[in-house]
Design a protein around this ligand. Sequence first.
Ligand code: SAM
Length: 539
Amino acid sequence: MTNASTDNLAAVQRQYERWPYPHVPLLALVPSTQPWQLHCDYLFDRCGSGAAPKQPRIWIAGCGTFQPYVFGIANPKADILATDLSEHSLRLAKRRCRVHGLRHVQFAACDLNDPTTWPAGEFDMIECYGVLMNLPNPAATLKALGERLTPRGILRVMVYPQFSRSRIFQLQRLARLCGLHAGERDHPARFRALVRGLHKAHPLRFAFTTYEDSKNDAGVVDGFLHAGDRFFTGLQLGALICGANLTPAMWFHRPWAQPSVMAERLRLTDTSQSFVLHYLDIWQELRTNFIVCLRRADAPPRERGPLRTHPTFSTGGPLRHCLRLQRLRLLGGRVPTRTGQGEIVLSAKHARALATGIERLPDSARARLCADGLLLGGPLPVETLSVQEDLPDNSFATAPLQIGRLAPNPLYAHLFAAFELAQRHPELGLADLELQCARFAPWAEPLEQRPIHFGLTPYKTFQMFRVNVLDHLGRAPLPVAHSFADVRLRNDAACLQQLREWLRHADLPASLTPSDATLRELWSIVFGYQSLFMAIDGA
Ligand SMILES: C[S@@+](CC[C@H](N)C(=O)[O-])C[C@H]1O[C@@H](n2cnc3c(N)ncnc32)[C@H](O)[C@@H]1O
């Protein structure tokens, strides 16, 4: 490991020792019928691995404070090992499991960068959720994790996407430019105050306040003051998966970000899963982080398992679980999902059939229950489960800092990546911008309805500034600058002064002595939000 990555690892470790994540009250209860999609048998079934072992071995790698409890509830018969780099997180997770009476979850410290610290043996399921992006060499770790799967085992991974999370990364940048970080106790509160000081119509203020984790300090640190996280593009994720000798078995975000479905709906010519996800992300229409269940590339062919009720809804268990099932069988109820399908309405009749035998149900009811996943052994998704890694990824980077009288505002540069994609990459065979937007129209995210002027997604922004965007695309390409040190803003001196005034009223570390380049970048973030284009001159 290089010195830089050793420093980074130490900073990440310090961060999670100081700010264990997530912050959830110890007594917060997860109902036993809620995390049913994390049951190993469900995941095996949906991934084409047949039925899971009766007592599967599960490893939660980078478990944080809460996942061990949720997996313990979801998999009452499993043998679960939860590991993390942060001893503090492990202590909290262990206390939570003990308080809630879960005895089948064990805990151990382990560094995912260093396989010599890993637990021994193979696992039927490995969960690595929100962790790979903290690691200096995610490719090596993913590959090594894949090698620890049993032949039909499942590895579930979540990583951040680039464009869909760009507002969060911009907020991180704002924090960094203002000298705020995870190392100081009072910095989350200072950052919160700083963002509250932004104009009400500012897209970053909107992104912050609507981000679930902005409500507590550990969440603010994990989201905005992180010591070293990163994003993946859809293409990078594809390359990561291929390079680790793994194949996607199920994109957990269904049905919207199901690549084959969306490729058809948006009439894309390149239908490789990694490109489709990349495309959805660049339009910020992914609606979630990347969450994927992987199998070993040399796993046995995908197969349909036997028709059976999902174990959560068929078997007994602790008294509270039995009472919940009894209630469903008497009254029916709503079953939440984690896969973007919304809630499933389960009738009392179907809940009873799940318990006593599904034979008497008509085929249509059985098909419905299979599609929902409450009945296992149904047809597998028909899509081709493959990723493609031969597209060069660096050419899809966020639009660079452009110079000109009507240059794209750097705060909105990521929107221009979507606007300019078809033009910059004719080899992709994309329709022109108007047609791409028209194809999105029936599917565009409800986010577009939110009460913010513009700048949340390329789709909404294009609706509002169609003429200006098309005018921009019709011009000769603008020259680009490397950084804010190489440009001047219109009324540069006045802008810098305005920003210095703003900083004077912000509660920031006294040691902060920003350069002019930093002030310009901050100005473009804090005050430049009102226009999609601005005048930027070369220095
Ligand atoms: C964003 S949190 C996610 C926690 C949990 N997986 C969840 O989804 O709630 C990242 C977790 O990864 C752990 N982590 C970071 N780097 C690690 C490493 N090198 N080895 C093991 N765990 C690590 C952190 O301590 C932290 O608990």
